[in-house]
Design a protein around this ligand. Structure first.
Ligand code: SF4
Length: 339
């Protein structure tokens, strides 16, 4: 049964290019990146070897939010394969959360009580350099629809699981026909009450929030939440605001989880602005997560002491509902922990 919500028609002001076109036309070439941002090679220490380990990938919608001529742009630093990634840092590993030990059947990661992650798509719209799954074996965890049976059987046999988290990669990189069929199959498992979607696509390619997506989300079968993973206020603009408004009008609860990243969002001013801007777009700040120690990302690390100092500054300057929880994940642990 459909939810009875009043939905204002949003004018499709961005639809000059479909989201799939944006995905396939993403910038993957460093020369093209430099040219579009009006930078030269001496200004940005890009590394071919870093890009070979984890390719450069950024859609033009996201690139358009960067400041031209600024090699320190906080959005650019999230996607630029820099020489720093080649530094070997002790304790930074390929599987920092030991997820491959929590992978009981292909496609499922079962870390926490009562909920499981379903690797819905191994693809991403954007390659974030700090990603803790940048080395994840997606090739072994990318089942097609006909292979979902083993994953869903796993959930079916465990009545304590009442939440499924669509993860990836980016689950919304899959098309809506595929997602609709998957959701229909999940809906048959009566003890699953909540569906959570972790996606950067509504930020990175805002036109991903289209009628096809909204139509399968418009259901009373589950409570649906979406965690959008914004790290910096510059990622939010009028297009993201439109997408979030549509999602909320269709009953989706919006939350944000940021990663604390050196040189990108490790100041109180930026985090305060991010919280305020998120709320103005209908998204609740939920977590600021310490960097998971993944190989290739040590240059983004911020000390726990600095994280705690930032948290205090947010507490001093914001109402409680705008202060995200500052947390970290211990490898193999069954819950996040306060920083
Ligand atoms: S999984 Fe998320 S954080 Fe990792 S590269 Fe994809 S979009 Fe970025």
């Amino acid at each position: 049964m459909k939810k009875t919500v009043m939905v204002t028609k949003i004018e499709p002001i961005w639809q000059h290019q479909s989201w799939q076109d944006e995905l396939s036309n993403a910038i993957c070439d460093k020369k093209q990146l430099l040219k579009l941002l009006e930078l030269n090679e001496s200004q940005l220490n890009l590394s071919v070897n870093a890009a070979l380990k984890f390719p450069l990938r950024v859609p033009t919608s996201y690139l358009n939010k960067m400041q031209k001529g600024n090699p320190l742009d906080p959005l650019l630093l999230q996607i630029a394969p820099l020489v720093n990634e080649l530094v070997n840092t002790p304790n930074f590993t390929e599987d920092p959360l030991l997820e491959t030990e929590r992978n009981p059947v292909p496609g499922i990661i079962h870390k926490y009580q009562g909920r499981v992650l379903l690797i819905t798509s191994g693809a991403c719209a954007i390659n974030c350099r700090y990603c803790f799954r940048r080395h994840f074996p997606y090739q072994d965890n990318n089942p097609s629809l006909k292979d979902w049976q083993a994953s869903l059987q796993y959930v079916q046999e465990r009545p304590d699981i009442d939440e499924i988290i669509l993860s990836g990669g980016d689950p919304l990189a899959a098309n809506d026909k595929y997602l609709r069929r998957l959701i229909e199959q999940i809906a048959e498992i009566s003890h699953v009450k909540r569906l959570r979607i972790h996606s950067r696509l509504p930020l990175v390619i805002p036109q991903r929030v289209n009628d096809d997506l909204l139509s399968w989300m418009d259901t009373d079968r589950f409570d649906i939440s979406m965690v959008i993973h914004a790290n910096h206020p510059n990622e939010l603009d009028s297009l993201t605001a439109q997408g979030f408004k549509s999602l909320r009008q269709h009953g989706v609860t919006l939350l944000n989880q940021s990663v604390l990243l050196a040189g990108i969002n490790d100041t109180a001013e930026i985090l305060i602005e991010l919280s305020k801007k998120l709320f103005s777009q209908g998204v609740l700040p939920y977590y600021v997560h310490a960097l998971d120690k993944v190989a290739g990302a040590s240059h983004f690390d911020v000390t726990a002491a600095k994280g705690r100092e930032l948290q205090q500054q947010l507490l001093d300057n914001l109402p409680g509902y705008l202060v995200p929880k500052f947390v970290y994940t211990e490898p193999g642990s069954t819950s996040k922990k306060p920083l």
